[in-house]
Design a protein around this ligand. Structure first.
Ligand SMILES: NC(=O)c1ccc[n+]([C@@H]2O[C@H](COP(=O)([O-])OP(=O)(O)OC[C@H]3O[C@@H](n4cnc5c(N)ncnc54)[C@H](O)[C@@H]3O)[C@@H](O)[C@H]2O)c1
Length: 447
């Protein structure tokens, strides 16, 4: 099938690469000239496991092309995917101006029947706005389909190749058949395509993201209570997660959710509700609980170093909003670091992939290091803000030898408190009382 993907970011590039991998011819269009030039010469602009190999392989086979020329994409494809950004507007609503701008351009270049499919997350009713806009500019026939994307950054290729479900929002039987055909290669085990009307498809995306964020915020509030009551949030998490009615996903206590989707999608749903007179009380509370979980974690650190903030150096492990991505958009790590910098602490940070994006987001106000251990030298504590796999089983002896005093503030609950305590650390995690070391600290650590 001949496909055009407009917007070559986390969603667009993965979509394009995976569709090409399954045999489609894909033209990728983006208005970021530098990004397109880079991609043409093999520079993959984002870190996403498995993506580089797929993009390079299909580029070599001639199934994946990159251009800034939307007309070329429209002329040479049956199906046009919109995967441009939909950030938060000033009033909290979802800014769909990029979607509308692309729709406008498509309309101007439409000379034959096309299917226009939106992968971007857009408020309910966008299908109508886009359809009306294109119809007002051209008489050329087209169909519109809402096809929201559910991939997770860090596992986006896996998710695309083996999705939990594909949502196809259109009332046209022909378009349903075409999309089913397109997604068939990714449905080898069982067909997981849900057909519905476009409004329900648009709503399903928001409902899914707010539901997932709700679980995280709920667990973080329970964790706050656990800390007060001397209960262990990790044990509580396992207890409730083993209930088949609840399940274990998205229940990890920590510094809260972030990323390019949950925060903005929650804001957009709240805004949609307020416009229609439906108060989204759960979404509002989820947002508040998330901020509170970040502030609680920061307070533990600032309380600990109270009065000596300007002499405090923190080694931070993790800058990305979650593991396996270089994305720092609305990352809890960035939020926490900004607050710690405001309290005059110095930050020496390490992240396997997100250091340069974080440096840009923090205006170069932190120092970054090539390894987690290098960031520890003479720091007053280790602070963990992202759950990268490589942080999970570190050399505790080496960490202790580099820190001024063996103290860990773990915003992702990566360690068994007994193990860390036995290694001589003071260990602060989320939803559990602080753990003091079982062994006396050595002379260096006492000073
Ligand atoms: N990132 C995720 O995990 C994820 C998951 C599901 C859904 N989504 C949704 O998918 C959409 C895209 O998200 P993303 O993270 O890939 O965004 P992104 O910022 O990584 O990529 C968007 C791309 O669109 C391009 N673009 C913007 N305006 C354009 C225009 N007028 N013409 C051509 N290109 C244009 C940008 O240059 C950029 O390369 C958003 O609506 C998002 O909410 C994202």
């Amino acid at each position: 099938m001949k496909i055009c993907v407009v917007g070559v970011g986390y969603v667009g590039l993965v979509t394009a690469g995976c569709l090409a991998e399954a045999g489609s011819d894909v033209i990728c269009v983006d208005n970021d000239r530098k990004k397109i030039e880079g991609l043409k010469s093999g520079v993959i602009p984002i870190y996403e496991p498995g993506l580089t190999e797929i993009v390079k392989h299909n580029q070599k086979l001639g199934r994946l092309h990159f251009t800034t020329d939307l007309k070329h994409g429209v002329d040479n494809s049956l199906l046009i995917f919109l995967a441009v950004g939909t950030p938060t507007a000033k009033d909290g609503s979802c800014d769909i101006s990029a979607v509308l701008a692309v729709a406008h351009q498509i309309a101007e270049n439409l000379s034959d029947y096309r299917i226009i499919a939106t992968k971007s997350t857009v408020p309910v009713g966008t299908y109508k706005k886009v359809t009306d806009l294109i119809k007002s500019k051209t008489d050329t026939p087209f169909d519109y389909v809402s096809n929201p994307e559910f991939l997770k950054e860090g596992a986006a290729v896996e998710d695309f190749m083996s999705p939990d479900r594909i949502i196809i929002g259109t009332n046209s039987p022909d378009v349903r058949r075409t999309l089913k055909h397109l997604y068939n290669p990714f449905m080898r085990k069982s067909i997981r395509i849900l057909f519905m009307d476009p409004a329900s498809a648009e709503m399903a995306k928001y409902a899914a993201n707010v539901m997932l964020a709700t679980r995280i915020s709920f667990m973080n509030e329970i964790s706050a209570l656990c800390e007060k009551l001397d209960a262990d949030a990790e044990l509580v998490r396992r207890a409730i997660g083993s209930d088949s009615r609840i399940g274990s996903a998205f229940l990890f206590p920590g510094v809260g959710y972030g990323g390019s989707c949950f925060p903005k999608d929650i804001r957009a749903l709240i805004h949609t509700g307020s416009e229609l007179g439906v108060k989204m009380t759960i979404a509002e509370s989820v947002q508040l609980a998330n901020i509170n979980s970040q502030l609680r974690f920061i307070k533990r650190i600032t309380d600990y170093f109270e009065g000596r903030e300007s002499n405090t150096v923190l080694a931070v492990w993790g800058l990305a909003f979650k593991a396996r991505t270089d994305d720092v958009r609305e990352s809890p790590a960035i939020f926490c670091i900004k607050k710690l910098l405001e309290s005059k602490m110095k930050i020496n940070a390490y992240d396997p992939e997100a250091a340069s994006a974080a440096l840009a987001a923090l205006d170069g106000k932190i120092e970054t290091f090539k390894s987690g251990y290098d960031a520890l030298d003479s720091a007053d504590a280790l602070v963990i803000l992202t759950d990268w796999q490589e942080f999970r089983n570190p050399d505790f002896e080496l960490i202790a030898s580099k820190l001024k005093k063996p103290v860990i503030f773990d915003g992702r609950n990566l360690y068994d408190p007994d193990v860390v305590r036995n290694a001589g650390f003071e260990y602060h995690s989320v939803g559990r009382k602080p753990n003091l070391p079982t062994q006396p600290q050595n002379k260096k650590h006492e000073s």
